[in-house]
Write a new protein. Structure first.
Length: 298
């Protein structure tokens, strides 16, 4: 995320002007926005016009709107953020008080105003705009015919690609079709890793699976890298960490991140620091439960 401008008064009222640059930024924005905040952004609205002959046509017009926020919807998978509210700055296309839904777009600036900015929100903006806080752990969970390529950032796990390849069963007397299916499957995972993982940033790439799928894929990947003289894979061979998981689904990462041996390997990564923090919190809560309360009032 890029911070274009920030103005906070002594009363803590003020605004920030931001540009989301990657899907995770939408998650940060979702956590910043609250009801009755004001949002200014570019949008497209259908505008009806009537000609002298009486015919009516609808044109799509791009304009800037400022709304008082009432509802927010965040689609985690698509990284889409929709904000609904009433227009508070009248213009020739949208009257004062009319409802409109703003869809925040990647690389499009917007301005968020609050009556009071708290320290947590300001720190979130600082963290989101810090270029060093990128995903430094990648993971590929797999089982036969299914693989999920993820990036583990400091704040969330982002699915970059889900791979599903039908693999024919082995038949008596021949395994040709089965082997071809497995080859196609491994080839797609290999391409996905090359496409979605930035080896200059990532410190560890977890390969997890039940059985021996991860080992067989790793052997395939190294053989292909040697054959193609793929220096990116060969030079980063030590970053791959092969672990056992109960399945090839994304949810299997939770058990991986809590394994003591994996924690030791990931000790200097941001994702591991987040797991350590939440574990510490739960341990404190178990030992001294009176330190936390929640209810309707809270």
């Amino acid at each position: 995320m890029k911070l274009l401008k920030q103005f906070i008064e002594k009363s803590r009222a003020g605004y920030v002007r931001l540009v989301p640059e990657q899907p995770e930024d939408m998650w940060h924005i979702y956590n910043l926005i609250q009801k009755e905040d004001q949002l200014e952004a570019s949008t497209v609205r259908g505008v009806k016009s009537e000609t002298t002959t009486g015919s009516v046509s609808t044109d799509r017009v791009r304009l800037k709107l400022t709304i008082s926020i009432e509802d927010v919807f965040f689609d985690v998978q698509a990284g889409a953020l929709r904000i609904n509210g009433r227009n508070i700055v009248e213009n020739k296309f949208v009257g004062f008080g009319q409802y409109h839904t703003l869809d925040l777009e990647m690389n499009q600036p917007f301005t968020l105003s609050k009556r009071e900015w708290d320290l947590i929100s300001l720190q979130r903006i600082k963290d989101a705009c810090d270029i060093t806080r990128q995903a430094d752990v990648a993971a590929v969970t797999m089982q036969e015919g299914l693989a999920v390529i993820c990036l583990l950032t400091q704040f969330m796990t982002v699915v970059r690609q889900k791979i599903e390849v039908p693999i024919p069963r082995k038949r008596r007397g021949t395994t040709t079709n089965h082997e071809k299916g497995v080859q196609r499957f491994y080839e797609q995972i290999y391409r996905g890793i090359k496409q979605h993982i930035d080896f200059s940033v990532v410190k560890v790439i977890i390969l997890g699976s039940p059985g021996f799928v991860r080992d067989q894929f790793f052997e395939y990947m190294m053989a292909q890298a040697i054959k193609a003289e793929d220096k990116t894979i060969l030079d980063n061979k030590a970053k791959f960490l092969l672990v056992h998981t109960s399945s090839g689904h994304k949810g299997a990462l939770e058990e991986v991140m809590r394994d003591p041996q994996i924690k030791a390997r990931l000790a200097d990564t941001k994702a591991a620091q987040e797991v350590k923090a939440i574990d510490s919190f739960y341990q404190m809560l178990n030992n001294n439960p009176d330190r936390a309360f929640y209810g309707y009032a809270d």
